[in-house]
Each structure stands twice: as C-alpha cells, then as structure tokens.
Write a protein that binds this ligand. Structure first.
Ligand SMILES: *Cc1c(COP(=O)(O)O)cnc(C)c1O
Length: 453
C-alpha cells in the first residue's frame, strides 16, 4: 500500500492507511527518539524497561512509525494486544463516539449498555454452550486475581495450583502464580500464600506424552495439596511469557477431567491466547477443552485497557453483591473499543487470517531450522509462533544467541520479542492486519540476523 499518511497538525495518524513498508532513515534509535529516551531515563522509574528504543508516533497495518521517520515491521503487536491492527478504524470511531458521550459513571454506580453488550459477547464467544456470566476489569492480572477470588468463594477452599513456566501477571497474587523469578518476582516478596506449582507439559524438554505429563501433575497435586483443599487450577492453554509452550495432546483434557471429578475450578488464562490469536477464537478450542472460568485481556479491545472473567453462571454468581468490581472496571470507552474489536474478529475473517499467518511463519522457521540446528524447536498455533534457540549438541538454552538475534533485528527495523523461562525463545505475534510482504520481509531480516550471529 502506498497511500500517503494523513496528518493532523504535526502528528502522523496511524491505522491501516500508513505506508506498509520497512523504512530506515536513521540508525535505531534516531536522534529525536534518543532525546525522549534520555528524558525517560531521568523521569520514569528504571524498573519500567523497554526493548525497542524508539519514540513511537503512529502505528497501523503491520508497522510502527517513530518520531525520526523510521517505519518498523511489527512482529509483536505490543505483546499480542493490537491483533485487529493498531488504530483499527472501527475501534478509533467507536472510541471517539463513546468518549464524546461520557467518559465514566462507574458501572457499580450507574450501569451502561456497552458493558452489558461486552459481557453478552464474551458469554456467546467463549467455549461451551452452558449458561455463562462475565465481569470486566482493567488488566490481565486483575482478571486473574478475580477468577481466583470467585473460585475460592464458590468452592469454599483456598489452595490454587499454577504450573512451571506460568505467567499470570505482576500484582502480588499473580506474582505468586507466575513461575519466573527474574525479572517478575525477585525482591518483591513475600508472596500470596496457598499457591502451589505443578509440572507442565513441555514436549521439547520433558519428552512425556500428554497423558504422562498430566499423571505426573495430578499425582503431585493429590499428594502435596489434596483435592479437598484445592479451589482452582489455573493454566495458559499455550504458555506465553514462559516460552510459547504447547502442551502435548491429551494433557489439558486430562487435567480438566480431573478438576471436574474433584470439584476443582479449572481456569484457562487466555489473556495472551484469546481473540483469534491462535487461529481459533480461544486456544481452549484447539485442545477440545471447556474451561469453568476463562480470563481475557490483551487482544480484547484493540489496544484499550480492558479485561474479563467469563464462566459458568453458577460459579460466577457465587460471590455476594459488591464482592467484585473496581472504579474503572469495564470503562465505557474501553467497552466501546472491545465491541468494535470483537466485530472485527468476527466479521473480518481474522481467525482464518491468524491461521494463514501461522502457516507462513511456521514454514519459514522450519526451513531455517532444517539447516540451522541452533533452532531447537519451532512451535505454536496461528499467529502465536516461536523458535527456541539451543546449543545444537546439548539442547542447553542459548539466551545470548536469542538476545543477539532480537537486538540485530530491531536495529534493522523489525520489532521482535523474546520470551521463555531461559530467555532463549523469539516469539512472533504479528498483528492480524500484517500484509504478507511485510511478514516475509520481517522474517528475511530475522534470518539474516541469525546467520550473522
Ligand atoms: C500478559 C498476561 C497477563 C497479565 O496481563 P496484564 O494486562 O499485563 O496485567 C496474565 N496472563 C497472561 C497469560 C498474560 O500473557
């Protein structure tokens, strides 16, 4: 696309009409980006780090444009958030309309229609045809906290099981649920109690079948915690920050069956995998499971902050009036954005588009892997694909190589993100508005960076 970008005053407008090209006019960071990064270093707490050293001014389709005029290929979507595309025209229009009507009443004071409509859409779209209800929050971590609250109230039990390599957020309870110490937990304890960790299924490293991995996890749960004490098991159907770990077939269904037989609430944390990302509306569908509760955020509202817990009506209704909520939860502008984003997911073929993007990513990465044994594993579903970098002989994680490849790709104008407990995974999460030619060009750059590393 070569439509010239629109401007308002001096600002470049984003959205799909931005030129869909990789364009470097300065080194990364350019001089004006560098100025902002200096102000950031002086004004913003150093714990709030960044990985792509630019000042973003516009984004859309498959690119992010910086203040120096560089146009970078976006293979990260702001961590799986802008799945419908950045500044999606439908989302922009819905936000503009909503914000001009009212910015806030607090849904707990005076309800409004858009919140109810988002709840209805989530109840309709999430897996299972049982009666469902939803509650809205601001962030993924807040959704996870509330899912645990609801499960505890429903069961009258307190223990919660999370898994190796899990990531559930940065608040106190969700830090406890998260596995990785650096950077998420180190020095931030003490953590919430009654959180236990079970082994996950990680086929590349554990060599177990799904049934074997599930038996191992269930045995640990039964012996070390006891089903009678357990309120909930929470798991990401495909683990995100932990390394895009896809469990072996049969693992998730076996865990769900065990939970159901023991009165334990099964929570699928679909904050990263939700909303078309994996080539299904929700990743649970890929594994044939129906969660009791499901947490969503990230892709839900085209970039506006919104999150939800959706699940079986009798579980969701276990909580007394006033027990759930928050000042901003289900903000009307964020809800309007979510309704527009959900419309795009359903009516712009984005589930199919995620599968197409995934097939292209996988084909390219598997070709690279065939001639480069440093790529130990290529895995994922839909537009959520990763490559795990290892020592070719020992399979030991190679975090240094991973960091070098990511850094070189970013310097060449391609935004890639790393992840993994061992920091040795590059994850590909392009917006579903990514044109094919940019996806291929982005992968060319990553391939060249790997060859040079
Ligand atoms: C990002 C993420 C969270 C936390 O979401 P925030 O909006 O950052 O609080 C929770 N769970 C998963 C699986 C995530 O990927």
């Amino acid at each position: 696309m070569s439509t010239p970008s629109t401007t308002v005053g001096s600002a470049v407008l984003g959205g799909p009409s931005l030129p869909q090209e990789r364009r470097l006019v300065t080194a990364i960071p350019g001089p004006r980006s560098q100025e902002l990064l200096e102000r950031k270093a002086a004004a913003v707490a150093s714990g709030v780090a960044h990985t792509v050293p630019i000042e973003a001014v516009a984004a859309g389709g498959g690119v992010v444009v910086d203040v120096d005029g560089n146009s970078l290929i976006d293979l990260g979507s702001g961590i799986a958030v802008t799945s419908v595309g950045n500044a999606h025209p439908g989302v922009v229009a819905a936000v503009q309309d909503a914000v001009a009507q009212f910015t806030h009443t607090c849904f707990m004071i005076s309800p409004y229609e858009s919140y109810v409509a988002v709840a209805e859409a989530l109840n309709r779209l999430t897996p299972g045809d049982h009666a469902k209800k939803s509650a809205l929050f601001n962030s993924g971590a807040e959704a996870v906290e509330n899912a645990v609250k609801i499960a505890r109230k429903h069961t009258g039990r307190s223990a919660v099981v999370a898994f190796d390599h899990a990531y559930h957020g940065r608040t106190n309870l969700t830090m406890a649920l998260t596995a990785k110490s650096m950077p998420y937990k180190s020095g931030f304890g003490p953590f919430a109690s009654e959180v236990y960790r079970a082994p996950d299924s990680y086929p590349f490293r554990d060599g177990l079948s799904g049934a074997e991995a599930a038996a191992k996890a269930i045995s640990l749960i039964e012996k070390q915690i006891g089903a009678d004490n357990l309120a909930a098991v929470i798991i990401e159907p495909i683990q995100g920050e932990g390394g895009f770990i896809v469990p072996a077939d049969g693992f998730l269904p076996a865990v769900v069956d065990w939970c159901r037989a023991n009165g334990v609430v099964f929570i699928a944390d679909e904050v990263q995998t939700g909303f078309a990302r994996t080539g299904a509306m929700f990743a649970s569908e890929l594994f044939g499971i129906v969660p009791d509760l499901i947490t969503t955020a990230k892709g839900i509202a085209g970039g506006m902050p919104l999150a939800a817990v959706t699940g079986r009506a009798e579980i969701m209704d276990a909580t007394h009036g006033g027990g759930l909520g928050g000042t901003y939860g289900g903000n009307p502008v964020a809800c309007a954005a979510a309704l527009a984003a959900i419309d795009a997911f359903e009516n712009e073929g984005l589930v199919g588009r995620a599968s197409e993007i995934g097939a292209a990513l996988r084909a390219r990465l598997e070709t690279l892997q065939a001639s480069d044994p440093r790529i130990g594993d290529v895995r994922g579903h839909g537009a959520m694909i990763a490559a795990e970098f290892v020592d070719p002989v020992t399979k030991a994680p190679d975090a240094a190589l991973t960091a070098a490849v990511a850094k070189a790709a970013i310097a060449e104008g391609v935004i890639v993100l790393t992840c993994g407990t061992y920091g040795n995974v590059i994850r590909f999460l392009p917006p579903l508005s990514m044109p094919d030619h940019l996806l291929q060009e982005g992968l060319d750059v990553v391939a060249a960076a790997l060859a040079a590393a």
